[in-house]
Design a protein around this ligand. Structure first.
Ligand code: ADP
Ligand code: MG
Length: 462
């Protein structure tokens, strides 16, 4: 069971194909029978195909609901016969089946329904991380303009390299570029970590030819967090060749990093020089004005989605803006938290309430280290730390070990390889496997789920 699902996921990058809709219609006819086919399925059109999902068009809402509730699973499994990497279907209502334009733009309008069967959703563009939702200020204006610019003039500035600290909007901008360009281009959006994961899989399975083909087919190649390749020679070699072929065929390349190209230590010079050969821009820490603008935007979003006001006093908004200085992700997290508490408390919060709420997250966020997770977990299961970290594979040791890896991934910002290293130098693929295993078991096993909740609160609260 576990084996097959892993296999489906890991193969997915290499299975990219163009779906032949006529052929698929024929297989629907066979699989569902003539009656269902001609009443329902014949009218479905293929609007857009991505690596891991497709958008199918239907004529009315009623059609969509009928098909979704009765046939969606089977449609997905039929489609998987044609393209293994698919794990999701979306239906879009298109009254006159009017072509494919504007799909990406309409992606989040609500008349799309969604069936998922996979935890791995890479190469998936998040429809909310678009240019419209990106608030511009002094610190990110240049990056924003550069991102917009390359969308208007493909491969004029190649590569576009955006760098800056964590939580400042790099992934958001990369995603926005992907969304904008995916209307008319073949976009590949991947993190450097995923790129490596696929790379290693392909070597192991002797599938390097399809790996190379797959990435080189993109005419827009977006790679997030390139700093991940530091110190990884084999990966750098492959990345260099991928980069060159894409560049030679004038594909637009967009890269993000936590530091500028020349500061990427343990990266080959020839790569650094390629990375800085186009347009290099940085995204800085937000000033107060930008933080306030972002909070205003979040309040508007809240009003739009919940049709009510989050009721934040001016002083509270200012307090939140001042609370964190360097990180927009954190700013938004704090905002959400304060709003959630405000809703529960039934009276508008003041600054003092905020202090209490925020003290809480701060205490918990800062303290979590992998060491602590390991100690708490091994105590919890009454095994010794050294046994938990040992190579032994018996279930009473292996399960706690996997749970500890899972918690390390969830509760800290450490990367998979860093976590692997902390667990007696295990490979990052072992960590991925552990995370996935625990995630899966947790859904079926209530006791495990409770244990994990308990562990979390032990780790976060002491
Ligand atoms: P990074 O990749 O640099 O670590 P992200 O792009 O993941 O950061 O941004 C973190 C969070 O902050 C995301 O939710 C993102 O949407 C939000 N964010 C960052 N910059 C902005 C901005 N200028 N306007 C609105 N939201 C932003
Ligand atoms: Mg990011």
């Amino acid at each position: 069971m576990e084996k097959t699902s892993l296999k489906t996921n890991s193969n997915s990058l290499l299975e990219e194909k163009i779906l032949d809709w006529n052929l698929i219609q024929k297989s629907f006819q066979k699989a569902f029978g003539n009656e269902i086919y001609s009443s329902w399925l014949r009218h479905i059109s293929l609007i857009k195909e991505y690596n891991d999902h497709v958008i199918l068009g239907v004529k009315t809402r009623f059609f969509r609901d009928w098909i979704t509730s009765r046939y969606a699973d089977k449609i997905l499994s039929e489609l998987k016969n044609h393209k293994l990497s698919l794990n999701r279907i979306e239906f879009k209502i298109e009254p006159d089946n009017a072509g494919t334009k504007g799909v990406a733009a309409n992606y989040s309008t609500g008349n799309v329904s969604d069936i998922k069967d996979s935890v791995l959703n890479y190469n998936r563009l998040n429809p909310n991380l678009n240019f419209e939702n990106f608030v511009i200020g002094k610190s990110n204006n240049l990056s924003f303009l550069s991102a917009k610019k390359i969308c208007g003039q493909l491969s004029r500035y190649n590569p576009l390299f955006i760098y800056g600290g964590v939580g400042l909007g790099k992934t958001h901008l990369l995603n926005a570029i992907g969304l904008e360009l995916s209307r008319n281009n073949k976009v590949m959006f991947i993190s450097a970590e995923r790129f490596m994961y696929q790379f290693i899989k392909s070597i192991k399975r002797n599938e390097m030819v399809s790996f190379k083909d797959f990435f080189r087919k993109a005419n827009v190649f977006i790679i997030d967090d390139i700093q991940f390749i530091r110190g990884k020679e084999g990966l750098q070699e492959e990345f260099f060749h991928t980069f060159n072929s894409l560049f030679d065929q004038s594909s637009q390349i967009v890269i993000s990093s936590d530091r500028p190209p020349n500061k990427l230590d343990r990266v080959q010079d020839r790569i650094k020089s390629r990375l800085s050969g186009g347009l290099v821009v940085d995204i800085g820490t937000p000033d107060n004005e930008l933080k306030l603008q972002i909070l205003k935007k979040k309040i508007l979003d809240y009003q739009n989605s919940f049709k009510e006001n989050p009721d934040l006093k001016e002083e509270v908004i200012n307090y939140i803006a001042n609370y964190t200085n360097a990180n927009i992700r954190e700013l938004i997290g704090i905002f959400n938290r304060v709003v959630a508490f405000g809703k529960m408390s039934k009276k508008p919060l003041d600054v003092n309430d905020c202090k209490i709420i925020l003290k809480d997250i701060y205490n918990s966020n800062k303290a979590v280290s992998i060491d602590k997770i390991q100690t708490v977990t091994s105590n919890f299961f009454s095994i010794s730390l050294s046994d938990m970290l040992s190579p032994r594979r018996s279930r009473p040791l292996a399960r706690p070990r996997q749970i500890a890896m899972f918690l390390a991934k969830r509760l800290t910002s450490r990367s998979l390889p860093e976590i692997g290293r902390k667990f007696s130098n295990r490979d990052h693929t072992t960590v991925i496997h552990a995370v996935k295993t625990v995630e899966r078991l947790k859904e079926k096993n209530d006791e495990l789920k409770r244990n994990i909740e308990e562990l979390k609160s032990l780790i976060l609260n002491d």
